[in-house]
Design a protein around this ligand. Sequence first.
Ligand SMILES: O=C(O)[C@@H](O)C(=O)CO
Ligand SMILES: [Mg+2]
Length: 258
Amino acid sequence: MPKFSANLGFLWRELPLLDRITAAGRAGFRAVELHGPYDTDAALVRAACEANAVTLVSINAPHGDGAKGDFGLGALQGRRDDFKASIEQALAYARAAGASAVHVLAGIVAEAEKPRAREIFEDNLAWAALQAPDLTLLLEPINQRDAPGYFHSTTTEVVSLIGTVGAPNLRLLFDVYHAAIGEGDILTRLERLMPVIGHVQIAAVPSRAEPDEGEIAYPAIFDALDRHGYAGWVGCEYRPRAGTDAGLGWVDRLGVRL
Ligand SMILES: O=C(O)[C@@H](O)C(=O)CO
Ligand SMILES: [Mg+2]
């Protein structure tokens, strides 16, 4: 059975960040992943993780200015300086807090601008990968229904990008929820992409609730991850139907051990 981390961008959202780490530890999670921890001192996050005996798996690089529609900066024209500053901030934070991976977001790009955006992103990623030999940089395909215009929505696009950049610390974040909506054929894709996968996330499809409903048979996914030797964490990145603690019954129902 794989190991599971609590995605604190989605779970226990009603609590302050440090309390979410405590809640995850109390619930039995041995790892957490964070979206935007930057308002909380990294040393306090590290201390909370240590106190609760949880590993900090990953953080997201800053997304840019959400009010202006930014959802990542990596592939955006005219934003190279902002991108570099966001990566420097993310890497410093990850090292101080004890995270081992940073999710680098591409941004929203108009279809006509995609060829130029791809060149920009390749250059930006090559630079970012060189700054972070001690960390994994993750790229996540995000489906177009949830994030219309997001630069890459398929594993095919991300794997091609990783191949072109050719940096050993650049890996695919395989979010089963996004991959199911955008591409399907999950078991085949997991097997084929295993060498480039750096992290996995889960949620029910299409509801994005606890992973015990909907069209994905998660026990089959967990078996496949074991069979293919996946040794990383599986991030629980779902929207609880009625509170995180109240919804943890899926753990027993699916025969999972946190
Ligand atoms: O799937 C998602 O939405 C996330 O993994 C993410 O990092 C975007 O904020
Ligand atoms: Mg995800």
